[in-house]
Design a protein around this ligand. Structure first.
Ligand SMILES: [Cu+2]
Length: 134
């Protein structure tokens, strides 16, 4: 496995992806095979020690600029990640329940400026903000 822990930065926001390649990538599809996610073009959230990336970081996005999101479970307990906003300002989704070393590919797509929340349904402390700017 080419996976190097040291290379994982808290939030990797390397570049934006286009809408076209995003849909091609497979938004909202479940991928639970082990995979090399060391080259993530977007945002990488690692569920570990019952946090996301240790700090549940704020995620900054621009409205109508989808950003690829990969969630990887590095714990032995199950985690997931959900966005469940009632205002219609952001694309809602939930990952599958992720077991150890499973990952899920999705995307963050904000439609309106605002502050939204991402969270793990199993662990109330695992929650952070998505801040969408115009
Ligand atoms: Cu969790």
């Amino acid at each position: 496995m080419v996976y190097a822990r040291n290379n994982i930065i808290a939030v990797v926001a390397i570049s934006f992806v286009t809408v076209g390649s995003l849909w091609a990538f497979g938004n909202l599809t479940q991928e639970t095979e082990k995979a090399d996610v060391s080259q993530v073009d977007g945002i990488l959230l690692l569920a570990q020690r019952s946090t996301f990336n240790g700090t549940n970081p704020d995620i900054h996005v621009k409205v109508n600029q989808p950003v690829k999101l990969v969630v990887v479970n590095k714990d032995v307990v199950i985690h997931d990640l959900q966005i469940n906003d009632k205002t219609g300002g952001i694309l809602n989704f939930e990952t599958a329940p992720l077991k150890a070393e499973q990952h899920f590919n999705s995307a963050i797509v904000a439609y309106k400026p605002g502050t939204y929340e991402y969270f793990c349904q199993y662990h109330p402390q695992m929650r952070g903000k998505i801040i969408a700017e115009p």
